[in-house]
Design a binder for this molecule. Structure first.
Ligand SMILES: Cc1ncc(COP(=O)(O)O)c(C=O)c1O
Length: 471
């Protein structure tokens, strides 16, 4: 069968039913591969599921035992345009006919420039912008810090509680969660200061929005007196929606207040859109929901349409601060990744994926409202567009994180053919990063598994008690 026939057969099968489990999971072939993996690969890289993949298409993954799973994790948010979209595949094939790696620093090529132009146009702000391409989210954040320091000639960076910015040494300094990310890898680079994020469900100040007057944004001003002088701060870095930290979208005014404080003190505002960007929330960049114009935006994950690619997009004069040769890397902006990214952005723009993300978000919210009434284990349903989540708690009043139950929920989903990943500092958030090209039928099929999983973990959990007093 030629590739197109295989594709149409697959699509017809998928239209019939997405989840099809033929063996116990993991099946024998996955189990055998896991044995080899354990012998050959360090234990460090974590697996959300123990199944090895044979192929994937759209929102469906088929493992090496012929089991079909619905993918609500999207390779941790890298597949907003789905697994192997035809347009991305064609763009990669066309690129293969021309050339692969050249190194942009040795012999440049057009697709790097075209992609930079595209991202400059898509990033919010009516000012001249420039884009540098690199390989990973962490590398993008590393470069954003370098550029901010080169431009401001200041050392310090302010980051937030529950932030995740990567696993390299500088980005680990910016990342908040200790276990398993930071513990044992110290010391980290200095001059990083951390403040509470606008995580209203678990407000560090014990306040409630809007009567709090967004105290967490104002805390940045206070930090300039108590923690680090404003004139020493190069940048404030924040995720517009916390990713690994649990899909927390701050209230509307948080980022505008932050931006205003930054501008007042000549500090740059870096929006880390590695997880929230590229259409995930219903806007190309999540920060657009807040009416903000960051000085620098980092993006990665879904940018490459399935290939590794990351970008740093910022005000032209800021991006030009490092001297010639001060930025770069061997593989950054690999030609195949650039071709894939241009095709992926085309899909987002032409196939209405921003509206699709909003639609999926609404659907999830509706289900979430229903589930909240049914299952006391649900503490909060939240998100922005297709970047949505539920936070599970043992007790509605104390909000004690239901971390074990969240693990059990993810396990239930996996055993019933739905691949999910969790998040949150306490590991008690079930997050949805489903490819935005998922059909309504597939999304419903996945939500049904999630609902059955919630019923399953709720049945095993003690009924939430209403605590009326903490005394
Ligand atoms: C917001 C954010 N920044 C940075 C990173 C690091 O990206 P990478 O894993 O590609 O280095 C991630 C990864 O999850 C992320 O979510």
């Amino acid at each position: 069968m030629v590739l197109n026939e295989i594709r149409s057969v697959t699509q017809r099968e998928i239209a019939m039913k997405s989840i099809q489990l033929r063996t116990e999971v993991p099946g024998p072939n996955s189990a055998a591969l896991m044995k080899r993996r354990e012998a050959a690969v360090p234990r460090g890289p974590y697996h959300a599921t123990p199944v090895f993949v044979a192929r994937a298409e759209g929102a469906v993954i088929e493992d090496v035992d012929g089991n079909r799973f619905l993918d609500f994790a999207g390779g941790i948010g890298c597949l907003n345009t789905g697994h192997r979209p035809a347009q991305v595949e064609a763009a990669i094939r066309q690129q293969l006919e021309k050339h692969l790696h050249l190194c942009f620093s040795v012999t440049p090529y057009e697709s790097y420039v075209t992609l930079a132009e595209k991202l400059n146009a898509l990033a919010p702000g009516n000012f001249a912008k420039k884009t540098l391409l690199v390989n990973s989210g962490a590398e993008a954040v590393e470069n954003a810090v370098k550029i901010a320091r080169a431009y401001t000639k200041r050392p310090a960076i302010i980051a937030f509680n529950d932030a995740f910015h990567g696993r390299t040494m500088m980005t680990l300094a910016l990342t908040s969660k200790t276990h398993p990310y930071k513990c044992g890898f110290e010391p980290f680079p200095g001059d990083v200061y951390r403040l509470p994020y606008a995580y209203c469900y678990r407000c560090s100040y014990g306040l409630t929005y809007p009567s709090c007057a967004v105290a967490c944004a104002n805390a940045v001003e206070d930090a300039f007196l108590r923690i680090v002088a404003a004139e020493s701060v190069a940048a404030v870095i924040a995720e517009p929606v916390l990713g690994e930290g649990g899909f927390v979208a701050p209230p509307k005014d948080f980022f505008l207040m932050l931006q205003e404080i930054c501008r007042k003190h000549g500090i740059l505002f870096i929006a880390d859109e590695v997880q929230s960007g590229i259409g995930r929330t219903g806007k190309f960049f999540a920060i657009e929901h807040y009416g903000c114009e960051p000085d620098i935006i980092t993006s990665a994950k879904s940018l490459g349409g399935g290939l590794p690619l990351a970008a740093i997009t910022g005000r032209a004069e800021i991006m030009d601060a490092p001297a010639v040769g001060g930025l770069g890397g061997t593989f950054g902006g690999n030609p195949a990744s650039c071709a894939a990214a241009l095709a992926a952005i085309d899909i987002i723009e032409n196939d209405g994926l921003l509206a699709r993300s909003t639609h999926l978000g609404h659907k999830f919210e509706q289900c979430g409202k229903k589930w909240t009434k049914q299952f006391p284990i649900i503490g909060e349903v939240r998100g922005l567009g297709g970047m949505c989540a539920i936070e599970l708690v043992k007790n509605a009043a104390t909000r004690a994180p239901a971390s074990d139950e969240t693990k059990k929920l993810a396990q239930y989903c996996y055993e019933h053919g739905l691949i999910t990943i969790t998040a949150g500092t306490y590991g008690n958030v079930m997050r949805i990063l489903v490819p935005l090209i998922v059909t309504d039928e597939q999304f419903d099929e996945g939500l049904d598994v999630l609902e059955a999983g919630l019923a399953h973990v709720s049945a095993g959990a003690p009924r939430a008690q209403l605590v009326t007093s903490n005394l």
